[in-house]
Design a protein around this ligand. Structure first.
Ligand SMILES: NC(=O)C1=CN([C@@H]2O[C@H](COP(=O)(O)OP(=O)(O)OC[C@H]3O[C@@H](n4cnc5c(N)ncnc54)[C@H](O)[C@@H]3O)[C@@H](O)[C@H]2O)C=CC1
Ligand SMILES: O=C(CO)COP(=O)(O)O
Length: 374
């Protein structure tokens, strides 16, 4: 499995993207921002918006005032409410809708999809009813091969990127050549795209960091300081890595942009919706009140139950995510999230990192403690 993320040189990508037709499905904060990145990279971009008034505002006023206030969009960016128009001739189709609607959106777009086009998920959630990752939902719905399915993920807070503040991301596909095509399409001067072939790790990094960002928001809302948050981020990365590796990911991916990078951005940024949702819950708002206050998608809240279900199936213990679930369901007070980090064991645990907290290593440690052979 190829694990290293190799940079795609950004200079000259405009020339390489000349004439490259791409579509972006979804016109919320990330869909609109990513469309700007693709457009600034030289692609011929058409966005699809569910609401005609959003498509119209983008097309006519070059603005998406609900999601990206104050941002001027590129003049050559097109927007439509008609899927057929958006998809005609599109070689790459970027998906930026909420995870729970993706399946239906795919069914809607299927009749207009070119059989050679590549679908690229920008979505950072899992389907609640099936526990599937988004690339799995694509395979399940459209019956297309993995060489036509990609993922882009990284530390990508939309509003910062819309302001052209520099960052990077990883474009992933099992076919390295396709990953390079995707990365080239989204290599703008302020957006550096790397490639790998670890779709599972790249995709799960984006899903799992949202759960840890919820925990960070919760303890922030309680009023705990930097030590608590640093402990949660560090142990959170170990949890993310163990889960991802048990799902077939390469551990190296989780220490890259799609793992650690995105974890840092989401846990630190007050612009993160997951972080914000956690903070409201930590301040004592109910899950319902939090949903009402949030105008945008906070994928983490929906992903907690399916991720825990998968963790149980795979024999993985995720103490932080379990505690987030208890706080969300009202069975644990937010102020208890931090103190429960490491107090469950009779024998103090070794600090196992980078996917090393697998039960077999823990068992070997316990055996040594009891004087048994390792
Ligand atoms: N905003 C960000 O900074 C980033 C978001 N993402 C991911 O991108 C995905 C989309 O998130 P955002 O654009 O941020 O959310 P958003 O809340 O800003 O926008 C969601 C968009 O989906 C549309 N939508 C809602 N229901 C729909 C349906 N049934 N069919 C089609 N469209 C529907 C909304 O009208 C809106 O345009 C999420 O999985 C998120 O985790 C990934 C990277 C960065
Ligand atoms: O994925 C993101 C940053 O990479 C956006 O995070 P939020 O969905 O929490 O805003």
């Amino acid at each position: 499995m190829t694990t290293r993320s190799n940079p795609v040189v950004t200079s000259g990508s405009g020339a390489r993207n000349r004439g490259r037709k791409v579509a972006v499905i979804g016109s919320g904060s990330w869909g609109t921002t990513f469309a700007k990145v693709l457009s600034d990279a030289g692609c011929d971009v058409t966005m699809w918006a569910r609401r005609p008034e959003v498509a119209n505002e983008i097309q006519v006023a070059r603005r998406n005032s609900q999601y990206l206030p104050g941002i001027n969009l590129p003049k050559n960016l097109k927007a439509t409410g008609d899927l057929a128009v958006a998809l005609t001739g599109a070689q790459l189709v970027f998906l930026a809708v909420p995870s729970q609607t993706l399946r239906q959106n795919l069914l809607d777009l299927e009749p207009y999809l070119d059989r050679r086009s590549v679908l690229v998920s920008l979505v950072k959630g899992v389907e609640k009813t099936t526990t599937m990752r988004m690339s799995e939902v694509i395979t399940d719905t459209l019956d297309i091969g993995p060489e036509r399915i990609g993922v882009v993920s990284g530390p990508n807070i939309a509003l910062e990127i819309a302001k052209e503040q520099p960052t990077g991301a990883v474009a992933s596909c099992v076919d390295l050549h396709v990953a390079q095509e995707i990365a080239t399409a989204c290599s703008a001067p302020y957006f550096r795209s790397y490639v790998n072939t670890d779709v599972i790790g790249t995709e799960l990094g984006g899903v799992l960091k949202n759960l840890i960002a919820l925990a960070i928001g919760i303890v922030d809302g309680v009023g705990y300081g930097e030590n608590t948050k640093a402990a949660i981020i560090t142990r959170g990365l170990a949890e993310m890595t163990e889960f991802a590796v048990a799902s077939g990911a390469d551990p190296a991916t989780l220490s890259g942009l799609a793992g650690l990078g995105d974890l840092i951005a989401t846990c630190q940024s007050p612009l993160s919706r997951n972080n914000t949702a956690g903070r409201l819950i930590g301040q004592g708002y109910s899950q319902e009140e939090t949903r009402e206050q949030m105008q945008q998608t906070a994928e983490g809240i929906t992903s907690v139950p399916p991720v825990l279900e998968l963790a149980r199936e795979r024999g993985i213990v995720m103490p932080i995510v379990e505690q987030v679930q208890m706080v969300l369901s009202g069975t644990m007070a937010p102020k208890h999230l931090g103190p429960h980090l490491a107090t469950e064991d009779d024998v103090p645990r070794p600090e196992l990192t980078l996917g090393g907290a697998h039960p077999s290593r823990w068992q070997r440690f316990l055996n040594r403690m009891k004087g048994h052979p390792a």
